[in-house]
Design a protein around this ligand. Structure first.
Ligand code: GDP
Ligand code: MG
Length: 447
């Protein structure tokens, strides 16, 4: 399916013109490709309508064509679908009390390997923890030995049973032991089959009841493509799958499995296997996989760069306006409206290098309130007053003017005083900033 999607987008990106008809056709093709992949129809339709609106409203940066923008919007939609916010962090969190994980999945999906990788990753993150691996795959010859060997490689103890022993009994004994020995984590390996059968499922159900795992992780082979989603559905009928690990993403699969899987509600991919090596386990990054699925990483990067440039340009433009302003109340008001059109003061300040990270949200919300008040006060001024702030400071009429404005704006004396004080300070700051910028040649001013 990934090929179908890639084909569609590759055709789109070659178009010289991208008219309304082309756009609708492209949307429809993307939709069909996703639905053919067994992706959930509702989720696909959400994605399509989002792309449709965003295409109409998004600002297309200079140097970017409509078709490239389209590819980028589809990419963003996929990232949304693949979204797994917080899943990896939750799974790999510290053990306040014993944390138990059960790993389930088909035979050969990579459960045993993933357990060793997980143990290694956990020890790296929490160096002093004790991890017990439990070999509950008593069915497959040599499965116990395999876990034992891998366990030794990552310096973890493995609770081994005899081949053919009852998995449920093994688990009970292992849990007892783990509590006695105060293990922080218990990772339970389970048996898989080539295909799902009832026998296996019943055993998993019983194991889960006994282990009461904090996480039941479904290990899926990415190379099986969309089939992974069907497997996930089946497992979710019996055990409480809390997250998925997609293995073998290092091979040349295009991530179709990830997408089909993610459209099944509740199955969030936390980690991905990226090699046979025991270091080959990483948190799952939706944006990387989305690029892989589309096969258009270049276009996506290009649009992202252009978008960054736009916000940089906007910030520069704004700085220029700020400094050019002679700082009358009129300019101040213009700026205030500009600020509110930008969304929030917080966003604006964040764009000014070196300022953004020093400002906390409490200060920002205080400031936003102040700005609202300022707007009302300025609106109560006459045209002349807006142009000549000095009349409030030097003119003999200043007292009566201020009094009139206080009444007109319905603000308290305190707010009025605060406003004039702030304005004065802002005026001074602007002058300094303007002089500084001119000296350093950052911003061209018309003066
Ligand atoms: P299990 O039957 O589910 O326990 O699967 P195993 O852990 O025994 O793994 C089956 C095979 O897949 C082994 O040869 C592993 O080395 C291999 N494998 C597991 N995870 C990955 C991965 O992320 N990348 C690659 N390339 N191979 C993997
Ligand atoms: Mg195994």
């Amino acid at each position: 399916f990934a090929n179908k999607l890639q084909q569609t987008l590759s055709n789109v990106s070659k178009l010289q013109v991208f008219g309304d008809k082309d756009f609708q056709k492209a949307l429809n093709n993307v939709r069909m490709a996703l639905i053919d992949a067994d992706a959930n129809v509702k989720i696909v339709d959400d994605l399509i309508s989002k792309v449709e609106t965003n295409m109409k409203t998004a600002k297309i940066p200079r140097g970017v064509t409509k078709t490239q923008m389209f590819v980028k919007l589809v990419h963003d939609g996929l990232v949304d679908i693949l979204g797994n916010k917080g899943t990896a962090e939750r799974i790999l969190s510290p053990a306040q009390q014993q944390r138990r994980f059960m790993f389930v999945g088909l035979q050969g999906s990579g459960k045993t390997t993933t357990i060793a990788k997980f143990a290694k990753l956990t020890l790296k993150k929490f160096p002093k923890t004790k991890i017990l691996l439990v070999a509950c795959d008593t069915r497959r010859p040599a499965a116990i030995e395999q876990l034992d060997i891998l366990g030794k490689r990552v310096n973890c103890e493995t609770f081994c049973a005899e081949e053919g022993a009852d998995a449920v009994r093994v688990l009970e004994k292992a849990l007892e032991y783990s509590v006695e020995q105060k293990f922080d984590y218990v990772f339970v390996d389970t048996a898989g089959r080539q295909v799902i059968d009832n026998d296996l499922m019943q055993e998993l159900g019983r194991l889960e009841k006994i282990a009461k795992p904090d996480e039941t992780l479904l290990v899926l082979d990415a190379m099986t493509g969309q089939e992974a989603a069907n497997v996930a559905k089946k497992f979710a009928e019996t055990v409480h799958v809390s997250g998925a690990v997609l293995t073998k993403l290092d091979s040349d699969t295009r991530g179709g499995a990830a997408l089909s899987l993610s459209t099944i509600s509740g199955c969030r991919i936390g980690f991905m296997g990226t090699s046979e090596d025991l270091d080959g386990l990483e948190p799952f990054y939706p944006d990387r996989i989305a690029s892989r699925i589309l096969g258009m990483g270049d276009i996506v990067t290009l649009v992202e760069k252009a978008q960054e440039n736009v916000s940089e340009e906007e910030a520069k433009e704004m700085a220029k306006r700020m400094m050019e302003a002679k700082f009358t109340f009129e300019d101040f008001l213009k700026q205030l409206s500009f600020v509110s059109s930008m969304g929030s003061v917080g966003n604006m300040l964040k764009m000014i290098p070196g300022v953004g990270n020093k400002i906390n949200s409490e200060e920002i919300s205080k400031m936003e309130k102040k700005l609202k008040v300022a707007k009302v006060i300025i609106q109560s001024m006459t045209k002349e007053e807006k142009k000549n702030p000095d009349v409030f400071y030097k003119d003999a009429t200043s007292k009566t003017r201020i009094e009139r404005i206080r009444k007109g704006s319905g603000r308290s004396q305190e707010e009025i005083d605060d406003f004039f004080k702030t304005f004065k300070a802002a005026q001074a700051a602007m002058k300094k900033l303007g002089a500084f910028a001119k000296k350093n040649g950052n911003v061209e001013t018309s003066e």
